[in-house]
Design a protein around this ligand. Structure first.
Ligand code: SF4
Length: 55
């Protein structure tokens, strides 16, 4: 499966990823998104800040 990463420097803390896929994303203590898994079965949204990298 594709690997997923969050560039925390680019994350705008909008919550879209955490709200859409709580099985994949959560907020860290600073309110930035981070992944809870390393691989994802595809995402049906795009981060408005371009902070999510799927490869
Ligand atoms: S969708 Fe993008 S900007 Fe919004 S919380 Fe997730 S990583 Fe951060």
């Amino acid at each position: 499966m594709p690997k997923v990463k969050v560039n925390k420097d680019a994350c705008g803390s909008c919550g879209l990823c955490v709200g859409s896929r709580p099985d994949v994303f959560e907020f860290d203590a600073e309110g930035k998104a981070q992944t809870v898994v390393e691989e994802v079965d595809g995402l049906d949204f795009e981060c408005p800040f371009g902070a999510i990298e799927v490869e």
